[in-house]
Design a protein around this ligand. Structure first.
Ligand SMILES: [Zn+2]
Ligand SMILES: [Zn+2]
Length: 258
């Protein structure tokens, strides 16, 4: 399995995950949170064409995740996967020329060579899901857009080989920012986004015995810095051999192999 981000943050998210190879290659896009032109440009930058995608998976209906998913699905005949709540929120349940596959929380599906486990999380959307990918040998866990930890999240993300984990904001930076009070409350609330300490606490609670790669994702460009996210990751990992990285809004991150 290998994976790469096309960009991560409140202005757009998209992650490519591949398994298999040759005639059995499966390549999915998790979230499609940019314009169609921009997704195609970013795919091309990673050496990929949109018509080679096996599926587009969507976590929830916020624009930095749904973006141009319906347009691209229609244009290139790519099957869409999302919860019923997300489908209803974006009109995918009733969209002509779109193949919708409804995901149920905590019910695994297979897409070609990839095992896909959608799992439920607290976030201010209709029926948000996050994902664990599995190719039979390794597991990649993804968690962004989540207000707080749950015992369920800790169980699902334990013993992954790689994690893409939200480190959205530094709480002091958010509190002293110029954001209106209502927005600060939304972001830091239990249906909002993880601050660096909260993400660190989730990481600390997980079984990390297999963890080879940890990527901080969905960083706020106003209320966080890559250095603070790195420090929060390092504080938990200590001397562990896990490689750490930070996904950026402009570039995402380059291919990582498991
Ligand atoms: Zn988001
Ligand atoms: Zn969101």
């Amino acid at each position: 399995m290998r994976f790469a981000s096309l960009g991560s943050g409140s202005e757009g998210n998209a992650l490519v995950v591949e398994a298999g190879g040759g005639t059995t290659l499966t390549r999915v896009l998790l979230d499609c949170g940019f314009s169609a032109k921009e997704v195609e440009r970013r795919l091309a930058r990673a050496g990929l064409a949109a018509d080679t995608l096996s599926a587009i998976l969507i976590t929830h209906e916020h624009s930095d995740h749904i973006g141009s998913a319906l347009t691209l699905a229609r244009r290139w005949s790519i099957p869409l996967y999302m919860s019923w709540g997300t489908a209803r929120a974006v009109g995918a349940d009733d969209a002509a020329g779109v193949e919708l596959n409804v995901l149920w929380g905590d019910e695994a599906v297979e897409i070609g060579e990839l095992g896909v486990l959608p799992y439920t999380v607290p976030h201010d959307a209709r029926e948000p899901l996050q994902f664990v990918f599995n190719d039979g040998a390794s597991r990649l866990g993804v968690l962004t857009d989540v207000g707080e930890s749950t015992p369920h999240i800790n169980a699902v993300l334990s013993a992954c080989d790689a994690l893409v984990l939200e480190f959205n904001h530094d709480l002091d930076m958010l509190e002293t920012s110029r954001y209106p009070a209502s927005l600060k409350a939304r972001i830091s609330g239990s249906y909002g986004h993880l601050n660096n300490d909260a993400a660190g606490e989730i990481l600390a609670a997980l079984d990390r015995s297999k963890l080879r790669h940890l990527i901080a994702a969905h960083l706020s460009q106003q209320n966080n810095t890559p250095e603070l996210a790195r420090a929060a990751m390092a504080a938990v990992l200590g001397n562990a051999a896990t490689e750490i990285g930070v996904a950026t809004q402009a570039e995402g991150f380059d291919w990582l192999e498991l």
